[in-house]
Design a protein around this ligand. Structure first.
Ligand SMILES: NC(=O)c1ccc[n+]([C@@H]2O[C@H](COP(=O)([O-])OP(=O)(O)OC[C@H]3O[C@@H](n4cnc5c(N)ncnc54)[C@H](OP(=O)(O)O)[C@@H]3O)[C@@H](O)[C@H]2O)c1
Length: 269
């Protein structure tokens, strides 16, 4: 494709996601629901995958319809199961021009201290935080490649994979593997009509799996010591996802840490 750049004729891609099919696995969760709302509001055709909490997924569907006059498609099941992954992909492929982007929020906090962790704990975390998302990403990329169309994938890691936090091996190690896998995928699938692959590494958000700990005061010291201006919000994440899935953007193989600066300043004394 020729380079379309013309001096001063800037193109900022208004509503560039309109009509694009985006599969958001784990979209009904604390962080994912804001991304679902934002992309649906921006006109994307959004397929939301969830594991088993149908009530929560239906509530999100109704909220998006009421607030943004947009409809979303729901698909259920655990993506560790290959048949479920196929169902997610086929649902997205059956809509519009087929799957354009995958955003995979699924993950597990794997809260077992390293001193206590068993072989089975490590394998379960590896399955949930690394193997299932990587295989879903490969299946999504194959759809775009089969059509020789551009695609985008966003995977979810954690700040604990970017900086070193004590005792977090069971969660952080598979999430670190996910980052390296994403970079390899980005390298392998790049080029014209390629599939861009990026990772978001969130900090501490007042939503989803961190909510209970925040409400219990576990992270108050981060605010008291002025390490972060506030806890993260699902909207902070949604805005970064939108940037990364925007068609024809120029970012691939990157990790964006969305943590308010926590990993930069947490050792400050
Ligand atoms: N919240 C934070 O502050 C924070 C910080 C750092 C990193 N992260 C990462 O960000 C991602 C999203 O976190 P969250 O807080 O939004 O989590 P969450 O509220 O627990 O939501 C998880 C979502 O993923 C679905 N899900 C989980 N495992 C699945 C599986 N194996 N197959 C299919 N669906 C599955 C859940 O469906 P059901 O509800 O039906 O089970 C739900 O929709 C995770 O990967 C997490 O590790 C979060």
């Amino acid at each position: 494709m020729s380079d379309l750049y013309q001096p001063l004729a800037f193109n900022f891609n208004e509503r560039s996601l309109a009509g694009r099919v985006v599969l958001i696995a784990g979209g009904s969760g604390g962080l994912g629901s804001a991304t679902v709302a934002l992309l649906a509001r921006d006109g994307a055709t959004v397929v939301v995958g969830y594991r088993h909490d149908k009530e929560k997924a239906e509530a999100l569907k109704q909220a998006v319809a009421a607030r943004f006059k947009a409809s979303i498609h729901l698909v259920e099941g655990d993506i560790s199961d290959p048949q479920v992954r196929t169902r997610y992909i086929e649902t997205a492929e059956s809509l519009g021009d087929g799957l354009y982007a995958l955003v995979c929020f699924t993950g597990d906090p794997a809260r077992v201290k390293f001193d206590d962790v068993t072989d089975a704990d490590l394998q379960t975390s590896m399955q949930k935080n690394y193997i299932a998302p990587v295989l879903l990403a490969r299946e999504a990329a194959r759809c775009c490649q089969a059509r020789q169309q551009e695609g985008a994938i966003v995977l979810f890691s954690t700040m604990q994979a970017v900086a070193v936090f004590e005792s977090s091996i069971n969660y952080a190690a598979p999430k670190t593997a996910l980052i390296q896998a994403a970079k390899i995928m980005a390298k392998q699938w790049g080029g014209a009509s390629g599939v861009r692959v990026n990772v978001i590494a969130p900090g501490v958000n007042r939503a989803g799996m961190a909510l209970q700990s925040i409400e219990a005061g576990k992270y108050d010291s981060f605010i008291e010591q002025n390490l972060i201006p506030r806890f993260g919000r699902p909207e902070d994440i949604a805005r970064v996802v939108r940037l990364l899935v925007e068609p024809d953007n120029y970012i691939t193989g990157q990790v964006i840490t969305v943590d308010g600066g926590l990993t930069l300043r947490r050792d400050k004394n």
